[in-house]
Design a protein around this ligand. Structure first.
Ligand code: GLV
Ligand code: MN
Ligand code: MN
Length: 410
C-alpha cells in the first residue's frame, strides 16, 4: 500500500543532514545551517507529495493537502525536524516522512478527504540548543512569550538573535498561532524510544498519554580555592555537593517505581585542575505520568538538596526552565485507533509515552493522538537508534487508516 522504498530513501537522505561521520549521530539544532537544509529537503518531499508548502513565522515547515471542504477544520499530523546532540535518524523524522507518505499515497490512490490535512515539520522540539523545548508547537498554540526569545544557547546567542540570523522576524511569532476552531485534531507518529513494544513482540503501539516534563537549572555556589593549600576540612566544594545532589535525584526517583529523573548536563567552574570547584551548574529533568507523584518527588528532592547545602556550606539557586503537565491522548482517538490497527494488520496495544512530544503543546488547542513504532533495544537519543523498515511501515499504515477515518468523514 504505502511505498516502503520511498520511506527508506527519504529517512536515509534526511539522516545525512547534520551527521557526524565518526559517531554516525545527528546534530540538527534550531535555526542552524543543518536545520535549514533539513527543512528545505522536507519542503521538496512535500512538493513531491503534491502538497502546498509554506514555512511559518517560528520556523515550522508545513505541507497542506486540500480537503473537499477547504473551510472544514484541518487535521494536523507530523513531528519535529530537529535532533538532540548526536541523536538518531528516526526521532522526529519518522513522523514527518511517515505523514508525507500517507498523503502521497492518498494522492496516488485518488482518495479525497472532507477535511484538509497538514503535515508539520516542527521546529525545535528537543530544546537542545536553548534549553527550552517544543518551540515550534508552542508557536502554533500561541504560547511563546517575549522572555522565551531571550533564552540563550551555550555561546550566549538568544533565540531572537538566532531567528534573525536565519531571516525570521521575532516580532512576528504570533503569526504562527492557529485558531482553535480551525483545527480538528493532531496525530503524531513517533518511535517509542523504550523497550515496551519490543518486550511484547509488537511493531506498533497506541499511546495512552504522555508524562509531564519538569526542567530546572540548578546552580550550586561553593568557594573556589587552592587545591593544594586548602585542607579537606576547610572546603566548600561545589562539585562534591552537586555530586551528592545527583545521587539524591537518582535515589528519590527510584522510590516511586514510576518516576524518572535525570541530571543530563553539568558544568564545573572555574574548571581548573588545581582549583577547588567554586560553582557547579546542572540540569534536572523529572517526569511521571502522575503530576501528583512528580510534585511529591520534586519537593523531596529539594528538601534533600537543602540538607546537602547545610552540611557542605554551599548555597543553591534554581531557575525553572519549563513545567509541562502530562498530556492524556483523547479517548475518541483511542477508539479510532482500535479500529485502525486491525485494518493495518497489527493488533491494538496501548502504552504510555515516557518521552516528551509536540502533542503535549497541541493538546491545548485540539484532541491529540500518538502512534509508536518499536525501537530496537529501546535505544534513542543515541546514534544507534533504529527501527526496522517493516516496523516503520506498520506504523505508517496505522497512521494511514487513522487519517482516513478522521479526515474523510464530514
Ligand atoms: C524529547 O525527546 C524529550 O522527551 O525530552
Ligand atoms: Mn527526542
Ligand atoms: Mn522526538
Amino acid at each position: 500500500m504505502i511505498n516502503k522504498e520511498r520511506v527508506s530513501k527519504r529517512l536515509s537522505e534526511l539522516g545525512e543532514i547534520g551527521k557526524n561521520q565518526e559517531t554516525g549521530g545527528l546534530t540538527r539544532h534550531a535555526f542552524t545551517k543543518e536545520d535549514r537544509l533539513a527543512k528545505d529537503l522536507v519542503a521538496k518531499y512535500m512538493k513531491e507529495a503534491g502538497l502546498t508548502v509554506r514555512e511559518d513565522a517560528v520556523g515550522n515547515m508545513i505541507g497542506r493537502r486540500e480537503g473537499r471542504n477547504p473551510q472544514a477544520p484541518v487535521v494536523l499530523t507530523g513531528s519535529h525536524i530537529d535532533t538532540v546532540c548526536d541523536g538518531g535518524k528516526y526521532d522526529g523524522s519518522l513522523g514527518i516522512i511517515g505523514a508525507l507518505e500517507v498523503l502521497q499515497t492518498f494522492n496516488e490512490q485518488g482518495i479525497e478527504t472532507e477535511h484538509p490535512i497538514e503535515v508539520y515539520a516542527f521546529n525545535d522540539e528537543e530544546g537542545s540548543r536553548f534549553s527550552f523545548s517544543m518551540f515550534g508547537s508552542r508557536g502554533v498554540i500561541g504560547d511563546l512569550k517575549r522572555k522565551d526569545l531571550e533564552m540563550k544557547d551555550k555561546n550566549g546567542i538568544t533565540v531572537a538573535e538566532a531567528m534573525k540570523a536565519q531571516g525570521f522576524d521575532p516580532e512576528r511569532i504570533s503569526e504562527a498561532d492557529r485558531s482553535r476552531e480551525a483545527i480538528k485534531a493532531f496525530i503524531e507518529l513517533h518511535i517509542e524510544q523504550g523497550k515496551v513494544l519490543e518486550s511484547h513482540n509488537l511493531s506498533v503501539g497506541i499511546v495512552s498519554g504522555i508524562v509531564n516534563e519538569l526542567w530546572i537549572k540548578c546552580t550550586v555556589q561553593g568557594e573556589a580555592g587552592h587545591a593544594g593549600a586548602t585542607p579537606m576540612s576547610m572546603r566548600h566544594d561545589a562539585l562534591v555537593a552537586a555530586a551528592e545532589m545527583v545521587q539524591v535525584v537518582d535515589r528519590e526517583a527510584k522510590k516511586t517505581g514510576t518516576t524518572v529523573a535525570t541530571v543530563g548536563r553539568l558544568s564545573v567552574l572555574p574548571g581548573g585542575i588545581n582549583i577547588i570547584p567554586g560553582t557547579v551548574q546542572f540540569t534536572l529533568d523529572l517526569r511521571d505520568t502522575s503530576q501528583e507523584i512528580s510534585d511529591r518527588v520534586e519537593a523531596q528532592i529539594f528538601k534533600e538538596f537543602d540538607r546537602v547545602c547545610q552540611e557542605r556550606g554551599v548555597t543553591l539557586s534554581t531557575e525553572l526552565l519549563q513545567r509541562i503537565p502530562p498530556a492524556p491522548c483523547t479517548e475518541e482517538f483511542r477508539q479510532v485507533a482500535q479500529k485502525a490497527c486491525p485494518e493495518a494488520g497489527v493488533p491494538y496495544f496501548s502504552l504510555p509515552s515516557g518521552a516528551g512530544h509536540d502533542a503535549m503543546q497541541m493538546i491545548n488547542i485540539c484532541p491529540i493522538g500518538m502512534i509508536f513504532v518499536r525501537s530496537k533495544d529501546g535505544i534513542s537519543h543515541n546514534p544507534l537508534e533504529y527501527s526496522t523498515l517493516e516496523d516503520c511501515a506498520d506504523g505508517i499504515n496505522v497512521l494511514y487508516h487513522i487519517l482516513l477515518d478522521i479526515a474523510v468523514k464530514a
